[in-house]
Design a protein around this ligand. Structure first.
Ligand code: HEC
Length: 131
């Protein structure tokens, strides 16, 4: 095999590997859109803007750059702050830890791709660790 052939094979292989992972990301975003519409839009709405005073907008670049915060919010919900938090069962956002690791990875990919500065692909292990 000539050097040139090895070289082009390496480039071709690299290209195939890159496009396969791009396809993975696209699949995750697609799954994320479905899981989001089943579990999140009733509060945060299809466009992610939420509903004033009740449900916050997810279109916040700082929030969408913080993968730990996103994973934690989805798994554990959000408690109210201050006095309300001390009253029984005050949990403004329900915990959604019945979602699988794969589904949560997909939601994070979907919302960061839709409204963040860049798509964030966390690993299923990241989600597992936060459970
Ligand atoms: C029953 C309504 C409800 C549902 C369903 C719901 N949320 Fe929320 N969500 C809320 C409320 C209310 C807050 C604000 C809580 C607070 O004030 O801290 C919130 C906050 C958040 C935050 C911001 C957390 C932070 O750190 O600021 C994220 C991210 C989020 N939700 C994502 C989701 C995703 C993704 C789903 C679907 C998997 C979802 N939520 C489903 C009501 C909901």
């Amino acid at each position: 095999m000539s050097i040139r052939l090895i070289f082009s094979a390496a480039i071709l292989f690299g290209w195939v590997a890159a496009s396969a992972s791009e396809q993975d990301v696209r699949n995750q975003i697609g799954l994320g859109a479905l899981v989001f519409s089943d579990n999140c839009i009733k509060c945060h709405q299809l466009d992610g803007y939420g509903q004033e005073k009740l449900y916050p907008s997810l279109r916040d670049p700082k929030l969408l750059a913080d993968k730990e915060r996103l994973i934690r919010a989805i798994l554990h919900g959000r408690l109210a702050v201050g006095e309300v938090a001390e009253s029984e069962g005050a949990r403004l956002m329900p915990r959604l830890d019945f979602l699988t690791n794969e589904e949560i990875v997909a939601i994070v990919a979907f919302i960061t791709n839709s409204w963040g500065d860049e798509v964030i692909v966390v690993s299923e292990q990241d989600v597992q660790n936060a459970r």
